[in-house]
Ligand binder design. Sequence first.
Ligand code: MIG
Length: 776
Amino acid sequence: MDEKVLRVKDELLKIHFITPKIVNFHYSKYGKFDKNYSLCVDYEKIKDSGVRVTYEEGENYYRLSTDYLEIIVSKELGKVSIYDKGKNLILSDYEDKGYVKEGKKIYTYKKIRHEEAFLGFGERLGPLNKRGHVLINWNTDESDHSVGNDPLYQSHPFFIAWHPTASYGLFFDNTFLSYFDMGKEDKDYYYFCAEDGDLDYYFIYGSSPKDVIEGYTYLTGRYYMPPLWSLGLHQSRWSYDSEIKLYNLAKEFRKRNIPCDALYLDIDYMRGYRVFTINKKRFPHFEKMVKDLKNLGFKLVVIIDPGVKWDRKYEIFKEGLSKDFFCRMENGKVFTGYVWPGKSVFPDFLRKEVRNFWGEKLREFINMGVSGFWNDMNEPSVFSRIEYWAMKILFHILKFKEPPKLPKPKNFEEKIKQIKRKTVHEKVIHKEDDKIFYHSEIHNLYGLLMNQATFEGFLKANPHERPFILTRSGFSGIQKYSAVWCGDNKSSWENLFSSIITLQNLSISGVPFIGEDVGGFWGDCERELFVRWMELGIFYPFFRIHTAKNTRNQEPWSFGDEAEKIAKDFISLRYRLIPYIYSLFYEAKEKGIPLIRSLILEFPNSKEVLSYEDEFMFGPFILVAPVYEKEKRERKVYLPEGFWYDFYTGKRYRGGTLVKVNAPLNKIPLFLREGAIIPMWNTQSYVGEKKQEMLNLEVYPGDGKFLYYEDDGISWDYEKGMYNLIEFSTFKKEEKQFLRIRFIHKGYKDGTKSLKVHYCKKEKKLELMEGEFEIN
Ligand code: MIG
């Protein structure tokens, strides 16, 4: 038995055991289970999981238990309580409020444990711990990224409740506008509810936060191995709007010997913002240009917006309209809204045939050599006609560098109204087979579905290569398809700082390939800010410089010689780190563990690390402590328990304390954990420029282990076993430091041949073979 339906008060509660640690709670609504689908959990995968559950019914309770959990449901109050095997209460309903109906809305109230911290919730501005905060789930084009503003472009109704005795995750599988009140209304409980739909959530038990993330991504999916080149630097702006500009940009990188792998085309490459067209005046030899750029070692990524211009002479519009692929209003009229092309229509990505139609349009670009697609405006963001004209005037005529700030909503209700106005009308209709959905239910999925269309279209057009897709909008599960960047931040110190928090939250929510616009999007960046942002940006899994229209140039050389030199050094460090980063992506693919790790992920038992949200671990070994204030030349860094080594000097520190460290303009504080093993390459101008047969292993004193992964970096052959997995471990024996090499999997021939091991300023060359080697 792995499913049980219980009567609680006047409703039914279906308890479904997905694994011994993951349990789905789904309540009927007014006596019925109308929802028998999930728009983001793969039901195929979780069906028939065959969990061993023991069941017992007492006079006033039901008890269900697995190897890890015991669930008690009281008959009278319907109160659910979940215990671990040590009888610790992990999660319980608050009083009798496990299920509270209010029209179409259903609330559930849960008790807050004394020392609990709430982390995750997807793409959120600070602070990291959301205890005492309200979080809204409604994908919104929000250009004000000041701390506390909410929501942004993505929704991930998932969080981890960290607690010293046991952590758990909670995933609310409901796509309507929903919100979590995490102890703002009352410090004793939190609650969540959605405007419609069911109370349908997953409880994910974990011995640690990483364990919870593994469970959550088991449900919602994980990222594949990224194409290796996508781990290099991406250079973008709104817009490099002609062939000449792109050629010059490419040549400049090579001339200055600054590594870079990808260049971007923003909306101005299109003909009048018509998606899937090319402006032939600005790009007369598009295909040749792509080829030439490739010869210089650059991949091209182009922007794609979902809004299709209303234009009877335009193929995509004509075809989509004749096949009825665009969203309609309830009264049958095609829905129109304003975006960059003017009056536009919106594909109904819920339908498979629409996704196929869209995906098919990528083929021409892929055949011309385009390597990646950048899905923007897919909340979808929709302007009113007045806003559209205002934007045109502000950005094209008055040359604004950022949008004017709108008055802040006065209260919660006003906020909800405001965010709903920025998109497709709630009553717009989406279809799937014969089922009809309102936009209110599909809105949060719109971006995800567009990415699914892109992913599938890419695979059809080019089945041999892994796609690179970048998206702004998404929902739980977006990590199956795409990398994510966090939209329109600003060239400000505040936004440099907030990126550290947002990326931690998104990481905890199972999305590994993430980044923010380095240097900031809106406004002019200045020299010092750019330098500090580059130093941090190399630790964004997705590393891209991008800036808005009309702002000053934001290339690595745009801020003078000193800034260029520092930027170049850090970009080179990034390129050297690629083998480490790629191996971390393997862990993300296998278990969902992100690259950017809040300290609590690596030190799950130290409550004190929760106070240090302004630093993070990059993988298991590198502690990154960014400088986020102007003119600061030192900062305090909390070093968790254990020993640490200063990256620049090798100086050893004992952890468990705050230290003050120097941070001159050319140094971002970085510390290596004891026993760290960092595989590195020599730097190169772009991924694949030089054959990398020798791996540099940076080893630090102590005990440690690292799983190194390699494959061809581009094809899907790894799925057929064509990859290598090597376990490197280091340890001390009789005052000597050793390196142990063990092959876990061998299937790729063109990988590493030899090692150069660096240990405490000593260097040793080794053939790559199994065994134990002295390294000091
Ligand atoms: O309304 O395509 O977030 O990265 O440069 C602005 C122009 C539309 C928003 C994206 C930004 C991009 C810009 N886009």
